[in-house]
Design a protein around this ligand. Structure first.
Ligand SMILES: [Mn+2]
Length: 382
């Protein structure tokens, strides 16, 4: 059986306040365009099944413009596929906090062949494919600990669809990650994952295709990683990743302004912008470290206006020198590497949101970690 796997489309995402010729937010239009491209590519591949593993919509109440377009695209697709199965599970973005509010995905069940799961863990039987799909939408993740997950013995193919972060995917998860051993098991012919926005193979039979466009809160971490969808073969347990054309996103190499004159800094800002393949219409960030106020006031306003007009979004991120204590003395960050996050900084970011047992004092825990990383505590005292 061949499965097309799409995830984290985030229809209705809007950003940067720029509109296209029809008055639609440009990013909302981009997200719709790439969704249509993904559906067209999937249609051409003639899969037996299409799955969308959550965050099809960016919000519980998406804008009408995206809702109507999504309904139209999916209806066209399903007409062409003669109602072949398409299964959608809900992600955290489209799941209301209160179950009684219902879910926008329910609207899509009126399209031939479309089935959606947005509440509890549900076993969907697809006898025409001799397949059974264990669907775990965002709201179902909290049920996981009490559940035994088993393939259905009467079906040839057993698939799992899950929207959630497995442990080890990122240290910066806001919620407790999902136990990998519970999910990633040989007995599943395919484990289709959603929620993580970068294409990631967890195991040959367990994959995140990633998002279809750059819609996360920190798109800069994703810059340079391709967006796309997957075509998976349950017989061989192999997949193909198909890239999608998105709007380009560039996180330009940071500039260290410590020893630069204003002219040199302006020259570097311009040459970094010119160094990218397609600056026109792109989403761009330029970080500049160690910028003192007198230098800040001499940045070329004309150049900036030009860059902002050419790009869809150009963000000049100016950072003052970092002041801190080092070796008991007040010091000012002087190099680019000083201005980057230190291990201790990263530790603090991580430890602030990491789920801790109730009997552990978070502040003491953080301080202990910082002291350890900065070499001030040779033996951590517990
Ligand atoms: Mn998402």
């Amino acid at each position: 059986m061949r499965v097309a796997h799409i995830s984290d489309v985030h229809l209705g995402y809007r950003a940067y306040g720029r509109t296209n010729e029809f008055g639609m937010n440009q990013r909302e239009a981009d997200v719709l365009k790439v969704f249509r491209a993904a559906l067209r590519a999937a249609l051409q591949a003639e899969p037996d099944l299409i799955v969308i593993t959550g965050d099809l919509f960016h919000a519980v109440r998406p804008p009408n413009s995206s809702l109507i377009a999504a309904y139209k695209f999916l209806t066209e697709l399903q007409t062409q596929r003669r109602g072949a199965p398409l299964v959608i599970i809900a992600g955290n973005h489209e799941t209301p906090r209160i179950a009684e509010s219902g879910c926008i995905l329910a609207l899509l069940t009126h399209i031939p062949g479309v089935q959606v799961v947005y509440d509890q863990i549900t076993q969907l039987e697809l006898p025409m494919l001799d397949a059974c799909l264990l669907c775990i939408p965002s709201r179902g993740v909290s049920e996981l600990e009490q559940r035994i997950l088993e393939p259905h013995p009467n079906y040839r193919w057993n698939l799992m669809l899950l929207h959630g972060l497995l442990e080890g995917i990122t240290p910066f998860a806001l919620e407790r990650p999902i136990d990998r051993r519970k999910i990633v098991r040989e007995e599943w012919d395919f484990i289709a994952l959603g929620d993580w926005h970068m294409y990631t193979q967890v195991a040959p039979n367990a994959l995140y295709p990633g998002a279809t466009e750059f819609t996360s809160t920190n798109i800069w971490d994703e810059a340079g990683n391709p967006k796309g969808w997957l075509l998976y073969d349950t017989t061989t347990r192999t997949h193909e990743f198909h890239t999608l054309r998105t709007r380009p996103v560039y996180d330009l190499t940071p500039i260290d302004a410590t020893e630069l004159t204003a002219d040199e800094l302006n020259g570097l800002i311009e040459s970094r912008a010119n160094s990218v393949e397609s600056f026109e219409g792109a989403i761009v960030r330029q970080r500049v470290y160690n910028v003192l106020p007198e230098l800040r006031s001499r940045i070329d306003g004309e150049l900036l206006r030009e860059l902002k007009a050419q790009a869809l979004h150009y963000q000049l991120d100016l950072r003052a020198p970092r002041v801190g204590f080092r070796g008991g003395q007040l010091s000012v960050g002087e190099s680019e590497s000083d201005a980057r996050l230190t291990l201790a900084d990263e530790w603090q970011l991580f430890a602030r949101s990491y789920p801790l047992p109730a009997d552990i004092d978070r502040e003491a825990f953080i301080v202990l970690g910082v002291q350890y990383l900065e070499g001030e505590a040779s033996e951590p005292k517990v």
